[in-house]
Design a protein around this ligand. Structure first.
Ligand code: GDP
Length: 451
């Protein structure tokens, strides 16, 4: 696997410098062949060396070359980084020259993949590298850096160690029942430990879902009948004219999206077509789509027109959102109010009018308050950070459920061990302790080239 790879690690375009990175067993001698300056094969590791990249007698650029010898490198292989002048022509010319040697272009994420396969980082850290690069809010950056420091790994590793202890005690009991000095594992004792583990794992999953919201943002759906002011509210929230605002019913046919950041938390806002029973085909598609989106949303904002009384359609929409965190916005409060608010006493209500922005700030405050994400301190970011990790944790939880059930049914201890071991293996997948090539390839495909 340690063939020689190269990639441009900086963004391609006009800039002061570009970094070309190589990793593999021969990269120092390869760069040495096109370098005029010190003999790179003789310099110390972790040094920066001034010189020129040359193609025979032709000078291509004046550069700084960093030499990092294995194993203390990102990939645990020899790494060379060429800091050349930025700009497409120079960078490409050096790349072309390098590619005439025994080097190939790196696949996306291949440097990090090598770091993982060579055992320098676990899978959660590899994912954190990408998250850090992609993070666009302070909160998502903190989640990523915490995971990169090993917090997610430690969380899972500690949990697995406890499981391992339990599995070994059970095995000793099965294999050496004649020994008197070992702790006898009764179903009662196992039950106590498994119950505690289930509680811990379920907390991890719950908190991780919040972390996921911090990282990816809260998917927020604006929903309501046509003409109540959904697009106007979206525009006010986004502070830009992205949605089409019109007084002809049903013109926000397609779905309009935008992002806002409130107190460091991102909200991915989607404005849906008005929900109503209609014969209009295009609109119908939009309506069906908007109802189907409720399920995927983390937060639903139902908009009502305060100048009209609640209709059956309004109640139907409210009914559809009953399992979701919901804010009910009573819009058009500049007009005579006909809506009977007493029927909405169970909801979080905000009154707005989009002409003078009345209620828009309170709405933003409520959006944040509902999730209490601002209360999560950075030191608490010791959680799973993506869907892959969370869904594996849920699978592992299911195995513990099986154990509980088996205990209730007074099953033999040997049978419990099977689920406990499976739970251990599934948690191992989170950190990459057990993996398949297919999963690893898929995971690194989404990385950027040069990382
Ligand atoms: P949507 O169909 O729910 O997206 O509604 P729009 O945002 O397109 O607004 C429909 C109509 O209501 C437009 O004429 C808006 O100018 C008007 N409108 C929106 N918000 C308010 C408000 O707070 N007060 C009043 N009086 N009219 C509003």
């Amino acid at each position: 696997m340690n063939d020689n790879i190269v990639a441009i690690s900086t963004a391609m375009g006009v800039g002061a410098i570009s970094i070309i990175r190589l990793s593999g067993k021969d990269v120092i001698s390869i760069v040495n062949q096109i370098f005029k300056g010190k003999d790179l094969e003789k310099v110390n590791s972790h040094t920066i060396n001034y010189g020129y990249i040359v193609n025979n007698d032709e000078i291509i650029d004046e550069v700084l070359v960093t030499i990092m010898k294995k194993p203390k490198t990102y990939t645990m292989e020899d790494i060379v980084e060429i800091n050349c002048h930025g700009g497409i022509a120079t960078t490409n010319k050096i790349m072309e020259l390098i590619l005439t040697k025994n080097v190939r272009l790196a696949y996306p994420g291949e440097f990090t993949k090598r770091a993982f396969l060579n055992g320098r980082i676990d899978l959660t850290k590899a994912e954190a590298v990408m998250d850090l690069i992609n993070s666009d809010t302070e909160s998502s950056r903190q989640v990523a850096i915490s995971s990169l420091q090993g917090n997610t790994f430690n969380l899972i590793n500690n949990f697995r160690n406890k499981l391992k202890d339990l599995i070994s005690s059970i095995e000793v009991n099965i294999d050496y029942p004649e020994y008197y000095d070992i702790e006898v594992m009764t179903l009662e004792k196992i039950k106590k430990q498994v119950t505690k583990m289930k509680e811990d794992l379920s907390n991890i999953i719950k908190e991780s879902q919040n972390t996921k919201l911090l990282k990816y943002g809260i998917d927020t759906l604006i929903i309501g009948k046509p003409n109540v002011g959904k697009s106007s509210i979206l525009n006010k929230l986004l502070q830009e004219e992205k949605a089409i605002v019109t007084d002809i019913e049903g013109t926000t046919r397609d779905i309009v999206e935008g992002n806002i950041i409130i107190n460091n938390v991102a909200f991915n806002i989607i404005d849906t077509a008005g929900i109503r029973k209609t014969e209009d085909k295009i609109e119908k598609i939009g309506v069906e789509k908007s109802i189907s989106l409720i399920d995927q949303a983390d937060l639903v904002i139902v908009v009502l027109d305060g100048s009209k009384d609640l209709s059956n359609e309004d109640l139907e929409i409210l009914n559809q959102t009953k399992d979701k965190p919901t804010i009910v916005v009573i819009n058009k409060n500049d007009l005579d109010q006909k809506l009977d608010k007493t029927k909405l006493s169970n909801y979080t209500l905000i009154e707005t009018n989009t002409f003078d922005e009345c209620g828009i700030n309170p709405l933003k405050e409520k959006m944040i308050e509902l999730f209490q994400l601002d209360k999560i301190e950075s030191k608490d970011y010791q959680y799973l950070t993506n869907t892959r990790q969370i869904s594996l944790a849920k699978k592992a939880y299911q195995k513990l459920e099986n154990v509980s059930e088996a205990i209730s049914n007074n099953m033999f201890i040997d049978l419990l061990e099977i689920d406990l071991k499976e739970c251990f293996d599934i948690l191992g997948e989170i950190i990459g302790n057990t993996y398949t090539d297919e999963i690893i390839d898929h995971l690194f495909e989404n990385f950027c080239v040069g990382k």
